[in-house]
Write a protein that binds this ligand. Sequence first.
Ligand SMILES: [Zn+2]
Ligand SMILES: [Zn+2]
Length: 167
Amino acid sequence: MKIQIAGLSEGSHSYQFREPVAHVGLGEEFSGEVEVEATLEKSGTQLYLKAGVCASGHFVCDRCAAPFRLTVTSTYRTFYVWDSREADIRDASDVQVIPAGLPVIDLSDDVRQTVLLAVPLKLLCSDACKGLCPRCGADLNKEACTCPPETNDGRWESLRGFQVDND
Ligand SMILES: [Zn+2]
Ligand SMILES: [Zn+2]
C-alpha cells in the first residue's frame, strides 16, 4: 500500500486502495480486503496525509461466545516531514520524519494500527446481547432457562466469584 512521492506535484492528490488484509499485516480475525481512501497534500516542507480505512473480520462475542462479523472504520492523519525540526512544532504522534529522496511512502503500518485500534475492547455480537446464563450456561438470546431469579442475598454473594465480566 504505497504512494509514490518522488516527483509529486504540489497540491492535493487522492488515492484509493483495496488490498487483501494480509498485505498490511492483518491476520487471524480479519478477512477479505482492507479499503483505504487517502488524500495527500503536498506543500513545500511537508506532506499531509488524511486516510479513511475500512476492514472486516470474524470475532467472538465476549458475552455469548457466538461468532459474528464486525466491520471497523476509522480515520487517521499523518504529517510527513523531511526535516526533523519541523516535527518539533507539532504533536509528535502525528509526525513522521522521512529521509530526503525517499521515493515512496508505505501506508501499511499506519493502516494496520488504525484498524486494530478501531476494534472495540468489548466485542459484542449486538448491544442487546443477553449473554449466557451464569448458572446453566444457556444462551439467553435463544432460550429462556429455568434457573430461578436471584432473590437471596447470600446466593448473590456466592456467585460473585464466578463473574468474570461485570461491565
Ligand atoms: Zn453475543
Ligand atoms: Zn440458567
